[in-house]
Design a protein around this ligand. Structure first.
Ligand SMILES: [Zn+2]
Length: 380
């Protein structure tokens, strides 16, 4: 595994990312993008990207034949509906959860931000700094209570991904978010890669005992610091989300390695793609693979020679040579609905959202107070 980035340097990057809400702790671990186990593969991939880019820039290589009949959302829809498109990979950031009402703890003036101010954090990201957490876990659990899964409903964009899976098109969904809304939307755990970990499982920081979501919820809502129940162990129990100073989950590395080279269509939404290693993943798909980017702003995601040299490629939305990159300026929900409409899935998506939201409301209405004894077995 690569050494971890210092929280200070991650912080600068994260603060530049306007789209983050619960998309924390973005950039928690540095460059652990699935290639540490095989550095040779990464090097060859980077060299390939670079040489391919240079060759094309210099007019030495013809661009690959476009798989899109037109470079537009309609073109993406036609391709997605075709037999040729079997393996869709989706990547999402905080923007996909915005309409669920998940607050951005970094916005001054919000109750959440004001709540945290009383804890004298050196900077907002300290909340996700593992060394700060070890000293003072309280601010994190205050934030966790406000953001807790179960308090929010998945958005139409989440259900669009579920629909992609139901239609047999989804290879994998990579999320930077820790809100578990993909799981709440019914997407199979096997289809999800939670790049920054998840609230779904929890472990004692001392002895490694695993605790369930329900157990953790009970502790957090009782305003106590979750403490290990193992005899003689008083370790703090922490959700398995990735803090600054921790490495990304192994599953992230494994799935990046497996999935990106067989991706037929890449859909990126609700992330400004400013932070590694997530940002560079867009360059891991084959050169012929169309890429759709749904976001409120194009940001600096487009190809420029410097980033191309450093990271290999980037998007080519505005380039004459663009044969595969489509930018849809929209919220994730609006972009997904429009794509669903073009696919003829529009009504199905609306019905799915309405019925699932109704089901969640009904379940929450009759949910008894959380009960105890949700301890799980020890994990090694
Ligand atoms: Zn313990």
């Amino acid at each position: 595994m690569s050494s971890n980035e210092e929280p200070g340097s991650s912080k600068d990057k994260v603060e530049n990312d306007k789209s983050v809400g619960a998309e924390a702790p973005e950039g928690a671990a540095k460059q652990d993008d699935g290639t540490d186990d095989n550095p040779a593969e990464k090097d060859s991939m980077d060299m390939f990207s670079l040489s391919e880019y240079l060759a094309r820039s210099l007019g030495l290589r013809e661009k690959p034949e476009s798989r899109l009949v037109e470079i537009s959302l309609a073109g993406i829809a036609k391709f997605l509906a075709s037999e040729e498109c079997k393996n869709v990979v989706t990547m999402a950031g905080a923007g996909i959860s915005t309409s669920a009402g998940i607050p951005d703890f970094r916005s001054p003036g919000t109750g959440l931000y004001d709540n945290l101010a009383s804890y004298n954090l050196p900077h907002p990201q300290a909340i996700f700094d593992i060394s700060f957490f070890r000293e003072n876990p309280k601010p994190f659990f205050v934030l966790a209570k406000a953001l807790y899964p179960g308090s929010f409903k998945p958005t139409p964009a989440h259900y669009f991904i579920k629909l992609l899976s139901d239609k047999g098109k989804l290879l994998r969904h990579f999320t930077q978010n820790i809100d578990t809304l993909e799981r709440v939307a019914g997407l199979d755990g096997d289809k999800i890669v939670e790049a920054h970990g998840t609230f779904y499982s929890n472990h004692c920081q001392e002895c490694g005992l695993e605790f369930s979501l329900e157990w953790m919820k009970e502790q957090i809502f009782a305003d106590v610091i979750p403490t290990c129940s193992e005899e003689g162990c008083l370790g703090v129990v922490k959700p398995d989300i990735v803090f600054f100073g921790e490495t990304l989950p192994k599953r992230f590395a494994e799935c990046v390695g497996q999935d990106f080279n067989k991706c037929d269509l890449l859909v990126i939404m609700g992330t400004s793609l400013q932070v590694q290693p997530f940002a560079s993943l867009v360059n891991r798909v084959p050169f012929s693979t169309p890429r759709l980017y749904i976001n409120l702003e194009k940001g600096s995601s487009s190809c420029n020679p410097i980033s191309a040299l450093l990271f290999g490629g980037g998007f080519q939305f505005d380039s004459e040579d663009n044969y595969r990159d489509v930018f849809k300026e929209a919220t994730c929900d609006a972009g997904c609905q429009e794509l669903a409409d073009l696919l003829g899935w529009g009504d199905e998506l609306k019905t799915l959202v309405a019925s699932e939201h109704k089901r969640i409301d009904a379940a929450q209405a009759k949910q008894p107070p959380a009960n105890t004894s949700q301890k799980k077995s020890k994990t090694s």
